[in-house]
Design a protein around this ligand. Sequence first.
Ligand SMILES: NC(=O)c1ccc[n+]([C@@H]2O[C@H](COP(=O)([O-])OP(=O)(O)OC[C@H]3O[C@@H](n4cnc5c(N)ncnc54)[C@H](OP(=O)(O)O)[C@@H]3O)[C@@H](O)[C@H]2O)c1
Length: 313
Amino acid sequence: MRAIAISAFGARPELVELPQPVPGPGELLVRLRAAAYNPVDTKIASGAMKGLSPRFPLIMGQDGAGVVESVGAEVTAYRPGDEVYGRFSHPARGLGGYAEYGVVAQDGPVARMPKGLLPEQAAAVPTASATACALVETAGLAEGQTVLIVGATGGVGQAATQLAALRRAYVIATAAPDAEDLMRDLGANETVDHTRGDVPEQVLAAWPGGIDAVFDLATPADAADAMAGVLRPGGVICSVVHALNPDALAARGLRGVNVINRVTPEVLTRLAELIDGGELRVRVESLVPLEGAPAALRDIAAGHARGKTVITI
Ligand SMILES: NC(=O)c1ccc[n+]([C@@H]2O[C@H](COP(=O)([O-])OP(=O)(O)OC[C@H]3O[C@@H](n4cnc5c(N)ncnc54)[C@H](OP(=O)(O)O)[C@@H]3O)[C@@H](O)[C@H]2O)c1
């Protein structure tokens, strides 16, 4: 099968021919039709994720969508022909999502595809939207609360903006001028331009008493303390880039949580319901054919996402 793989940490991703994986007991073999890019894909490929001992060549990617081709022994929940979406990475087996075929355990990070979506839209959902769910849940965001979302214009941020708005929170989204209308359309009540000046200063100027919550998808550890300064006493800040020192924040009367997503069948099923109900939209910014992925990954490193990049297979 064709796949995008690296031969070592730091090596250039390449289109290669690799053996089709064989599903083990309890696993599905999925003919992937699309795979989504997530920043963690390039972090893994660079060797930046500590404690990972993959088998090389390592197929890149996590998220994908496609059709069940065959099932291993003891699979009862799915059968060939079912359309599914989820995460297909198994670094220890050299497997990932940027490939014609992927495997996933039937009780692993997989669920039936949202009915109204094409595979190239469904593939864009798992990691980004599940992370957004984790943020809203961890913060316990409630109706009427005010939340600042830093990095709101990317994959996680667009989903978090919509899920926060669904809870009837008041959403302040960071957005460069080109993305202001987009973020309001997704449910942001106001935007703050992080390219124009200091975000905490701008927020505190408008909200001198502080706000209830921050979802931070972008601020590094050395600036996280200042970002937490926008919170009212007892407020909560959640970081997905592991920038927080929860003990230091607790000493300031604040709650700080470094959030790690959990992509479960339950979360994926819930996301599919929200999508089918028209309550969560997925914005695919660009489609790239599998053979174009190595070049596209080089461009993506510059950042500035306004939605998801999806690889069609
Ligand atoms: N912990 C977890 O489980 C978990 C899960 C998913 C993702 N993540 C991490 O979360 C981060 C975001 O992921 P993503 O998929 O949403 O990325 P993405 O789709 O690439 O989007 C990143 C967005 O952040 C904006 N941005 C960058 N620097 C900013 C700043 N200083 N202030 C405000 N906005 C800024 C960019 O817009 P501009 O061009 O306007 O700057 C861009 O729209 C990544 O580091 C990823 O690895 C962690």
